[in-house]
Write a protein that binds this ligand. Structure first.
Ligand code: HEC
Length: 169
């Protein structure tokens, strides 16, 4: 086998060659990183809060509303908050993909367009996703630490979602 890192193998690399090789790789990566910054992504933003918005319709208390906006709204509403690092590629691509899939499943901006039956099933799903630590997505909380819900915050949101669910019947 040919080893790059251990000399004395059947085809040992000279150290200078290795350095040159790594430098070329680094330059290629750097150029690729710069180039992808110019590739377009769709921004998920609207100026107005729609009348059908979950927080508006339910008159959600501010503390719970803030939790949902920070932890869920980026992927589950028509308004994503874009600090600089979310505009960086390839993060923006990943996020775009998550927004597309997340909104298809659950869109807090269009909450009041759902039937009561659909709301009920979405609320159940929200509760179980939070209980099982499935949401917010792990890959997202790696970058976005403030989206992590603490245990008391999870309880607060779950209790609130249960209350909304009970008020539907
Ligand atoms: C980084 C983007 C992202 C964030 C942030 C996020 N989600 Fe999701 N969510 C998704 C995606 C993508 C899906 C689609 C299924 C999957 O890939 O797991 C999904 C699926 C769901 C579903 C399943 C819907 C269904 O049809 O049953 C629920 C419920 C949900 N998310 C709730 C939440 C809640 C509540 C939060 C905040 C605590 C949250 N999500 C935060 C991306 C996100």
């Amino acid at each position: 086998m040919c080893s790059l890192f251990f000399s004395g193998g059947p085809c040992s690399f000279h150290e200078n060659n290795l350095m040159r090789f790594l430098k070329i790789i680094a330059i290629i990566l750097l150029v690729a990183f710069v180039v992808i910054q110019f590739m377009p992504t769709e921004r998920n933003q609207t100026d107005l809060v729609p009348k059908t918005d979950f927080l508006l319709v339910n008159n959600t208390p501010e503390n719970i509303g803030n939790l949902l906006q920070v932890s869920c709204y980026d992927c589950h509403s028509n308004n994503t908050n874009y600090p600089w690092y979310k505009k960086l590629q390839p993060i923006a691509w990943f996020l775009e993909d998550h927004i597309k899939n997340g909104k298809t499943d659950l869109n807090f901006s269009e909450w009041d367009e759902y039937s009561n039956r659909r709301k009920n099933s979405k609320l159940k799903s929200i509760i179980s996703q939070i209980e099982d630590d499935e949401m917010p997505l792990f890959s997202y909380t790696l970058v976005h630490r403030d989206a992590v819900l603490t245990e008391p915050e999870k309880e607060l949101v779950i209790e609130y979602m249960n209350r909304i669910k009970d008020s539907l019947q």
